[in-house]
Design a protein around this ligand. Structure first.
Ligand code: NAI
Length: 255
């Protein structure tokens, strides 16, 4: 199937040392992309890079902190000298800090917004500028969340950051369309990763899962086709500014 062919494309995934980002990096490599894994923990990244290379793929790691503009520009220079222009960006790095609104500190609020929103903005702009300078097409896939579309107790900073990330996606889609760059948002429901594993192991977490329409968490491979649809030029050529929900009906329920 050529729809999902990424041969000769350079794909950068932020937050690739664990969870969804690690999964996307391996998936992109399977589709033939030269994959760059970015995150703050080099040892963890290099383990995933080795796994990709052992499976026959092409990959490298870059140490990247999305809250640090200098580390971003150093990463893009490094990638350019090894692989060339990044044409697929999976803006996936994200954090949450579960606190009720009245207990949320400035520090916590700023940290979540800085990582999930401003970090994603920095990455997208850096990637898009490089594509424009080199006159190549590009695809930005922002990992938002169903909490960008609804709210949940204790998630005011996270939900706000993801809602804003969706609006950023739509704004970029509008402005970059004529420059051959598409921007779309993926909104997963709940998938078990480091971000939420503590909560879903508690009795409260288990009870919550039972209240969801699907009564189970998503499995990472259930994000594969939706993600590739947005990432790949052939598959998603007419998708720009879309907000793709993958949640087994969670966000249309009242739970
Ligand atoms: P995770 O905690 O396993 O992965 C987050 C990744 O982001 C880690 O690799 C971490 O090192 C990286 N990261 C955090 N701050 C960073 C920074 N300043 N610079 C560079 N990298 C940084 O969690 P998960 O679940 O894989 O999350 C990935 C994305 O998916 C996040 O944006 C999250 O909000 C989103 N998401 C996750 C859902 C889930 O159920 N797991 C549901 C909806 C969205």
């Amino acid at each position: 199937m050529t729809y999902f062919n990424l041969e000769n494309k350079v794909a950068l995934v932020t937050g690739a040392s664990s969870g969804i980002g690690k999964h996307f990096a391996k998936l992109l490599a399977k589709q033939g992309a030269k994959v760059v894994l970015g995150a703050r923990r080099k040892e963890k990244l290099d383990t995933v890079v080795s796994e990709i290379i052992d499976a026959g793929g092409t990959a490298m790691s870059v140490v990247l902190d999305v809250t640090d503009p200098q580390s971003i520009s150093a990463a893009f220079d490094n990638i350019y000298s090894h692989y060339g222009v990044v044409q697929v960006l999976s803006n996936n790095a994200g954090i949450s800090d579960s606190t009720l609104a009245l207990s949320t500190t400035e520090e916590s609020w700023n940290s979540v917004l800085e990582t999930n929103l401003t970090g994603g903005w920095r990455m997208a702009i850096s990637m898009a500028k490089q594509c424009v300078e080199n006159n190549v097409s590009g695809s930005i896939v922002n990992t938002a969340s169903i909490l960008g579309l609804r709210v949940s107790m204790g998630q005011s900073s996270y939900a706000t950051s993801k809602a804003a990330l969706i609006q950023l996606t739509r704004s970029l889609a509008l402005e970059l369309s004529r420059k051959k760059i598409r921007a779309n948002a993926l909104c997963p429901g709940y998938f078990l990763t480091e971000l939420n594993e503590d909560y879903f192991q508690t009795d409260k977490g288990k009870k919550y899962i039972q209240s969801m329409p699907s009564q189970r968490l998503g499995q990472l491979n259930e994000l594969d086709v939706p993600f590739l649809l947005l990432a790949c030029e052939q598959a998603g050529s007419y998708m720009n500014g879309s907000v793709l929900v993958v949640d087994a009906g969670h966000s249309i329920s009242n739970m």
